[in-house]
Design a protein around this ligand. Structure first.
Ligand code: ZN
Length: 370
């Protein structure tokens, strides 16, 4: 984990003290899928054509793994089951690098295009596969294209029953393909009401609301808690939701923390927005990227619409350098570490202890205790 001040060329170093990195450790997440899996291409890249396409996810993910190793950063890799099946060695390499393995489902189908039974099969198949290959419990799930919507909240039932502990599929923005714009911006407990509906419950937006009750340590939200503390008959079923972080400006949420937005926006704008979340909201952010986003030489998918092609191909040649820079200017760790997990590998615990003695306390536990 890199908690040192960024080393930047003298010529580009501003004189103001704003170059100091935020003390907060943020969550770095990689959705491990290939260029032909993306939802925007699904009409021209059906599942039965995938095996005929050039597989580039392995090399691109390895490149990210080596970048992270250079910086001493761990991350959460939401691996697609389809990829894990074809690249079992890659899952083992992710595990060997000290990273968290989480699930991106099996077949990269958006939740609202599946029946509940199909979704159940998809998330269970991926979890079993990843746990067999990675040798670690898979705690987290992220839906393809953040596709848990108001119409598919039953997905939380299925995730809970499949043994997932947290979900990271909620993107609280307005968007043509996804989004639950009114849901909290920071980790919260999502709870099932008696009628079967799932709602954000106590704990959301701690940084927004403040208050002692919201900050009270709540160990049953920790990733390894459910086995030790099963909910009583009187408590409603619940999952931890870790949404994709948004930037709050003028009463609206804006996307800022990864993917196409990271490629589209100038790097300085992304950095300004992310720093604002660390400094103004005083919260870690959840950043996400896909291995194909650092691969400008990927084969082009024919037949996709103009908007989809723009979203997919814009600035692919700039993203690797931007990611390298981001890794030097912010502190990152995996989701399970940022959310606080007692099973955190000892070397990372050591990093956190060192950060504290350096006077820039890693805010992991405090910020996600609610
Ligand atoms: Zn995806």
């Amino acid at each position: 984990m890199n908690l040192r001040p960024p080393s930047r060329p003298a010529a580009s170093r501003p004189s103001r003290p704003t170059t100091q990195p935020p003390a907060i450790v943020n969550a770095l997440t990689i959705d491990v899928e290939d260029y032909f899996h993306v939802s925007a291409f699904e009409s021209v890249s059906a599942l039965d054509t995938w095996d005929g396409r050039e597989l580039r996810v392995e090399a691109n993910t390895r490149k990210i793994l080596s970048m992270l190793a250079e910086q001493g950063v761990t991350a959460t890799f939401f691996v697609l089951g389809w990829v894990a099946e074809r690249c079992p060695g890659l899952v083992k390499e992710i595990e060997a690098g000290g990273h968290e393995i989480a699930s991106h489902g099996y077949g990269h189908r958006r939740v609202y295009t599946q029946t509940r039974e199909e979704f159940r099969e998809d998330v269970r198949r991926a979890k079993v596969l990843l746990e067999d290959l990675g040798g670690q419990q898979v705690l987290g799930y992220r839906a393809p294209s953040y596709s848990i919507s108001a119409l598919t909240l039953w997905a939380f039932d299925e995730l809970l029953e499949a043994g997932y502990v947290y979900d990271s599929s909620v993107f609280p923005i307005r968007h043509d393909l996804y989004g639950l714009p009114d849901w909290p911006r920071f980790p919260f407990r999502v709870e099932r009401l008696e009628g079967g509906n799932w709602v954000p419950a106590e704990g959301g937006d701690v940084g927004q609301r403040g208050g002692e009750a919201a900050r009270r340590p709540n160990p049953d939200l920790l990733p390894n808690a459910p086995a030790a503390q099963p909910p009583s008959a009187h408590e409603p079923p619940r999952l931890l939701e870790i949404p994709i972080t948004t930037l709050r400006l003028a009463g609206r949420n804006f996307p800022i923390a990864g993917g196409g937005y990271f490629r589209l926006f100038p790097y300085r704008l992304t950095r300004w927005g992310l720093r604002r979340i660390n400094r103004t909201d005083r919260r870690p952010f959840v950043f996400y990227l896909h291995p194909w986003e650092i691969d400008p030489k990927q084969p082009r998918i024919c037949g996709a619409g103009l908007k989809s092609r723009f979203r997919h191909y814009v600035n692919l040649d700039r993203t690797e350098a931007r990611l390298r820079r981001l890794l030097t200017e912010f502190a990152f760790a995996s989701m399970r570490d940022v959310v606080s997990c007692p099973e955190r590998p000892s070397r990372e615990a050591g990093d956190l202890a060192r950060a504290r003695t350096e006077g820039r306390p890693a805010r992991l536990l405090r910020d996600f205790s609610f």
